[in-house]
Design a protein around this ligand. Sequence first.
Ligand SMILES: Cc1cc2nc3c(=O)[nH]c(=O)nc-3n(C[C@H](O)[C@H](O)[C@H](O)COP(=O)(O)OP(=O)(O)OC[C@H]3O[C@@H](n4cnc5c(N)ncnc54)[C@H](O)[C@@H]3O)c2cc1C
Length: 168
Amino acid sequence: MLNGYDDRTDIGFGFRTDAEIAYDYRDRSQQQRLIQQRCGDLGWKVPAMLASVAGDDDFYFDRINQIRMPCWSRGRVVLVGDAGYCVSPLAGLGGSMAIIGAGRLAAALERYPDDHASAFRHYEDELRPFVEQIQQRAADEGMSTMCPADEAELAARDREIAAGHMGW
Ligand SMILES: Cc1cc2nc3c(=O)[nH]c(=O)nc-3n(C[C@H](O)[C@H](O)[C@H](O)COP(=O)(O)OP(=O)(O)OC[C@H]3O[C@@H](n4cnc5c(N)ncnc54)[C@H](O)[C@@H]3O)c2cc1C
């Protein structure tokens, strides 16, 4: 993926595996080798993109994760955003969810100014169904859109985009 802006271009590589792969999250060279192994023999602009990645000090590598906590608060500690309910980059909404969550928490604390336990419960009761809906959509549609499993899923995705059914 190439995301062009006025003064820079973000380069993104993604690949999908049948099972979780082991890697050292502090070892950038190992992570870059993994990308090279997966994408090295692709054509198009990929060799130039890989060359850029090799010299990039802003390199970032991770699994696609979601956080699904059974409860968002304990005592006086409460979670907002990715810490409580990361929806993953596949949702394209994580930043929005963090801002919405902060707003909802502030509103709940305003509603129950002397009772943080009720405020935290209200915040979670109100927001959790929406979060779960976004997470499920990311796991289903987001995954098949951003990381199609096979050629058939890729072709189906491209047909949807060509028909204007997706905002990607
Ligand atoms: C590749 C990628 C693409 C994405 N694209 C989009 C997109 O297009 N649209 C969108 O809305 N969202 C997107 N997201 C998701 C979005 O970035 C996150 O959901 C959002 O940043 C979550 O905000 P947050 O404040 O909850 O957490 P964060 O932004 O992770 O903020 C947490 C902060 O806490 C700091 N921190 C951690 N531990 C400690 C500590 N012990 N002490 C002090 N500070 C600490 C961290 O350094 C960080 O600054 C994307 C994410 C990724 C990874």
